[in-house]
Ligand binder design. Structure first.
Ligand code: AMP
Ligand code: MG
Length: 404
């Protein structure tokens, strides 16, 4: 049995990225960038009004101003602003030559046909921009202040979210190079489990791991290949794993990994020439987690209990999958104080405890009876770690928290 940190490092150390391919920008959500994205233009591309108002010269603010042009967004100004002149300007429109500030509509008054006055004491103009390169704070977004032509706007290895797609769109990356997503097989094992639409017999239970894993993959943007339940018979399980091996990059099995007479998974994986990199981890839930590699293909034998399967997918399988997708996956680990004390009887393994966040910024365990208690997990927003050797934690002690 190895420590959780060692198991994590083994998975994290798999230095393999799947091939790169081009995808249309609109479909890039959830992929990992296989190239840097560079800007082909300045952003903003021109000096731009940040507000609806009048573009004029700061030195003329005490005077009546003549409106010489109206500049909607998208129109190139035609006139140059001279002494005591201004142009009515809309948010996002180009600042006309000669103007060095924009006064906002709310701070002006019309004083005759095409005449306006600034109503605020001069020079206390309404400020919304930070000062950039010694230019005054004048409701102007300056050319290139956000992005300059040639800047790397997104780095290789970025997991693409909606906000990154906005960046790609703004620099014209309509197609983007990403790593392909892994093909992942899901195979629950067990003679006692039946698919959810079936009413279980007295000694049966429903298969919750299958749907849970498919959903966990879906949340990562990976479409699972579901192979159905493998019965606890060597031939049946072997057959399904062989088929899944031929068709996928990663196989996720659940059940059949503990010490029971019908826990066949580790031996079958060995027969199929998987190198088992670990077979037991000092972690709870999830001790009998198996991880194997055969060439460029990988297999997790996750524990049968659904909370264990869930947690080890989150902690280990996700790390592998994001790694294959090209991301240096660094899950957000919050150090938070416990909202109440925590005790456990055994301390030989690291524990991950289902918990909720509180408004006070603490973390509090939910009622949880162990690795089959999916109702407890269902109430949790996070899991927190209790290290090996620790039986008791006091209120206020800091723990590592992972949102789920
Ligand atoms: P095993 O690792 O096969 O011994 O299974 C451990 C426990 O998890 C047993 O109580 C199983 O009934 C349960 N279990 C196994 N597979 C599933 C599944 N797909 N869905 C829900 N529970 C399961
Ligand atoms: Mg079983």
């Amino acid at each position: 049995m190895i420590k959780f940190e060692e198991a994590y490092n083994i998975v994290k150390g798999i230095n393999l990225k799947l091939a790169a391919e081009k995808v249309p920008m609109e479909e890039a959500l959830g992929y990992v960038l296989a190239e840097d994205v560079l800007s082909d233009m300045n952003m903003p591309p021109f000096n731009k009004s940040a507000m609806d108002g009048y573009a004029c010269r700061e030195t003329d603010l005490a005077n009546e101003l003549e409106v010489i042009e109206i500049i909607p967004a998208g129109k190139t100004p035609e006139k140059t602003i001279g002494k005591n002149q201004c142009a009515k300007i809309m948010t996002g429109a180009m600042i006309p030559k000669g103007a060095d500030c924009v006064i906002i509509v709310e701070d002006t008054q019309e004083v005759g046909k095409n005449k306006v006055r600034y109503t605020k004491p001069v020079p206390e103009i309404n400020v919304c921009q930070v000062e950039i390169e010694n230019k005054p704070n004048v409701n102007i977004c300056y050319i290139g202040e956000d992005i300059k032509t040639g800047d790397i706007v997104l780095k290789k290895g970025t997991l693409i979210k909606a906000q990154h797609i906005a960046i790609m769109a703004s620099v014209g990356y309509t197609e983007v190079l990403v790593h392909r997503k892994p093909k992942v097989a899901v195979i629950p094992t067990g003679d006692e489990i039946v698919e959810p639409h079936i009413k279980p017999d007295v000694s049966q239970i429903r298969n919750s791991n299958g749907a849970q894993l498919v959903a966990q993959l879906k949340a990562m943007g990976i479409k699972a290949n579901y192979y159905g339940i493998a019965r606890d018979v060597e031939g049946a399980t072997m057959g399904l794993i062989k088929k899944a091996y031929a068709e996928n990059d990663v196989i996720l099995l659940t059940g059949g990994v503990s010490m029971g007479d019908f826990d066949l998974v580790p031996e079958i994986l060995k027969t199929l020439e998987f190198d088992l990199l670990f077979q037991a981890v000092a972690v709870q839930p999830g001790k009998p987690t198996v991880f194997g590699r055969n060439g460029n293909k990988f297999c997790f034998g996750l524990p049968g209990n659904p909370v264990s399967s869930f947690v080890q997918f989150e902690l280990l399988a996700k790390t592998l999958l994001y790694g294959l997708m090209g991301q240096d996956y660094q899950p957000l680990n919050l150090r938070l104080p416990l909202g109440k004390e925590y005790k456990r009887k055994k301390d030989k393994r690291m524990s991950w405890i289902p918990a909720v966040f509180t408004e006070e910024g603490t973390i509090v365990p939910v009622e949880y009876h162990g690795s089959a208690h999916i109702r407890g997990l269902g109430q949790a927003q996070a899991i927190f770690a209790v290290p090996i050797g620790v039986k008791e934690l006091k209120k206020g002690d800091l723990v590592d928290v992972r949102q789920i």
